[in-house]
Each structure stands twice: as structure tokens, then as C-alpha cells.
Ligand binder design. Structure first.
Ligand SMILES: [Zn+2]
Length: 374
């Protein structure tokens, strides 16, 4: 039975009509192909990033802009110039390298354990803070796993609490320590994010999902309390700046991984190996995206930036199988105290039922800020 499902899945994935330039299939949420067969993600990328990617002069300009931002942060003379979240993954590690090693910023680093952080990820974080000799704060909230279960049961997606936790930690620490600059390692040019409507995490959405749950007081005392609005205002008034580092610099992940291996003896493993349920997240997104996970979005970005061939991406996609859940499901079910049947039923659900108009406006703004197509 399983075998049949796998075969059908593979046939389906090879049958689906895809963009002729990248590998996005036309049944993915938000994808439209033009008469030439080029998808809107590729067309958006052309308009937003092509000239930057092809033009070393433009890249030099954005590097100079980044240097000015760093100089401004230093000039403020605060205890720390910048705040950096480090997960033990490639992108945040490279941010640390750039900020501390290349530009000599005085950085405060932090790590949030979303309740599913791997030992591998924790070890890498420990190594990084020793190598770069930076102050580091570690945050875990016992609420995280419980919230992951609630969000899974109600919305078919368990990532929202982790996303909000991460934002709040940055906002809280930047305010607490009066840090003028927050540096992030994720950008729509380098990261394959899921469709926004499937992964909302704004406070209005959060509140809607948790309506009727009985732990309001605990929530208010946790890291899930609302910071977004205050932080947005602070940035609007110019007190603080948040930058997505890959928007300013060339970001070759293979080179980054090689550099960390050779220079520091750090091995990154597979993508997002800091989260133990990352493949389960992929499985859930694939179910809601016509059988395609966010990995296809990532491969498509690599194709657009000339770092992967279309053939290689198609080959990788043909090896992926989302007809059966990954092994991490059992671990997840145990942590959130859920049965397989409950999980199956919940995975049909979507966050959309909890999205208010204000959430939709907020998510539209997020797309503009991240310069993301959909
Ligand atoms: Zn495309």
C-alpha cells in the first residue's frame, strides 16, 4: 500500500508542469506561469535581484551601505553595537563571522531553544561562542512544546510559536540592552520561506488561535507576550535598525560551509539540522502545497543565483517523498502528547481560519519588507 502511494507520488511529481527556468510547479500556492512558462517567483526575482546579482558595482554599493550601517551602530557608543541570534546553522554563523571577525563589531549573541533544538545545534552554538569569544544568552521556554501541540492541533502548522519566540527574544534583548542594530541571516534572496498564509505568526493570529485556551497569565509571563508593535514603532522612529545581512553581501552557502570547516573545524550537516522536527515541517507544508515542500523554493533560488542546475534540482526533488511522514513524527507526537490519528486529522487544517484582516495586512507588509514574491 505504502509502495503504491510512493509510486503515485513520484509519478505525480514528474507529471506536474513546472516553471521552465526554476523548478516551481504550477500547483504551488501563489505560483502562476506566464505564456513562456516562466513563474512569477522568477519574474519577481528578475525585477528585484537580477541587476544586483549580475553587477559587481551594485554589490560594491550595497557593501558600502552595510559598512555605513555598521559604522553608525559603532558611533552610538553603546555597550553592544549589534545583536545576533545564533542557531548553530550556516547563515547565523556567517553573520557572526562577518560582524565580529570582519568588521569588529561588539556583538551580543543569543540562542532560542524552540523546544526541538538538536544536541548537534547546541554543540555548534557552544563552539561558536568559544571560537569568536562573544557574550551569549540562551533562552528556552517550557511553554514552547505545549504551544507547538496547540498550534498543530488547531492550524495544522506548529512553526508559529517558534517564529514569534525568535522575534520577541530579539526585540526584548535589543530594548533591554539598548542595542542599535539587529542582524539577521535570512533573506528572500537566499531563503526558501513557506507561503506567508501558511506560516503567519503575528500577534493577532497568535491571539486568535489561543482564544479559549486556559493559560492567559502564563502566556503573559512568557516570551510569547507581544513585542511586535512596540518594536515596529521603535524602528519607525529610528531608534533601532534590523538588517537582513544576505541582502547586502554575496552569500554562497557552499563556500561558507567550506570556510567554517577549514578555518574552524565546524561541520554544519544538512540544512536546518538545528531543529529536530524540520523534516516534519517540510512534510506538512508539502501536503498543503500540492506535494512540494519549501525545499523546491530553496532549490529554485539556488538556480536563479546560478548555484544549482535545474537538472540537479529536479533530481533532488525526485528523491523526496512526502507520501509518508518522516521518522521525526514519533518524537513530535510523544512531546506534544498527540496520537497519529489526531496528527493526520490536524494536518488537513490550515492557519487561514484564524487570520483576521489585520493579520493579512501585517503579512502583506512582511512580504514587502522581506522583498518576497508570495
Ligand atoms: Zn521560476
Amino acid at each position: 500500500m505504502k509502495r503504491d502511494a510512493q509510486m503515485i507520488n513520484k509519478e505525480k511529481s514528474s507529471d506536474v508542469k513546472r516553471c521552465v527556468r526554476c523548478v516551481m510547479p504550477e500547483n504551488y500556492p501563489g505560483i502562476t506561469l506566464n505564456p513562456e512558462g516562466v513563474c512569477n517567483f522568477c519574474r519577481y526575482f528578475e525585477g528585484r535581484w537580477r541587476s544586483w546579482s549580475d553587477n559587481t558595482e551594485e554589490q560594491a554599493k550595497s557593501k558600502a551601505k552595510l559598512e555605513r550601517i555598521f559604522e553608525n551602530a559603532k558611533r552610538k557608543g553603546k555597550r553592544y553595537d549589534a545583536l545576533l541570534g545564533i542557531s548553530g546553522g550556516k547563515d547565523s554563523s556567517y553573520c557572526l563571522y562577518i560582524c565580529k571577525e570582519v568588521y569588529g563589531l561588539n556583538v551580543l549573541t543569543c540562542t532560542r531553544d524552540n523546544g526541538f533544538m538538536s544536541e548537534e545545534g547546541k554543540e555548534r552554538v557552544n563552539k561558536l561562542i568559544q571560537i569568536f569569544d562573544v557574550p551569549h544568552l540562551y533562552y528556552a521556554d517550557p511553554f514552547s512544546q505545549e504551544l507547538a501541540g496547540i498550534f498543530m492541533r488547531k492550524t495544522g502548522n506548529f512553526c508559529a510559536p517558534c517564529e514569534l519566540f525568535s522575534f520577541n527574544i530579539h526585540a526584548m534583548l535589543a530594548r533591554e540592552y539598548d542595542i542599535p542594530l539587529i542582524v539577521m541571516g535570512s533573506s528572500s534572496r537566499t531563503d526558501g520561506a513557506p507561503p506567508k498564509k501558511l506560516n503567519p505568526w503575528d500577534p493577532w493570529y497568535f491571539r486568535n488561535v489561543l482564544k479559549g485556551e486556559s493559560f492567559k497569565e502564563r502566556l503573559n509571563c512568557s516570551f510569547y507576550a507581544n513585542y511586535i508593535i512596540k518594536e515596529g514603532l521603535t524602528r519607525l522612529l529610528g531608534h533601532r535598525r534590523m538588517i537582513l545581512l544576505p541582502d547586502y553581501l554575496d552569500w554562497d552557502e557552499k563556500q561558507i560551509a567550506r570556510m567554517f570547516e577549514e578555518k574552524y573545524g565546524i561541520h554544519f550537516g544538512h540544512e536546518h539540522s538545528d531543529c529536530l522536527v524540520d523534516d516534519l515541517k517540510d512534510y506538512l507544508y508539502a501536503r498543503k502545497c500540492g506535494g512540494t515542500s519549501t525545499r523546491a523554493v530553496k532549490y529554485s533560488l539556488l538556480i536563479r543565483t546560478g548555484r544549482m542546475s535545474r537538472e540537479e534540482a529536479l533530481e533532488k526533488l525526485s528523491e523526496e517523498d512526502y507520501s509518508i511522514p518522516p521518522a521525526s513524527l514519533d518524537y513530535f507526537l510523544e512531546i506534544v502528547d498527540m496520537s497519529r490519528e489526531e496528527f493526520e486529522a490536524a494536518s488537513e487544517k490550515s492557519p487561514e481560519a484564524y487570520l483576521s484582516i489585520i493579520s493579512r495586512i501585517f503579512n502583506a507588509i512582511r512580504l514587502r519588507i522581506r522583498k518576497q514574491a508570495a
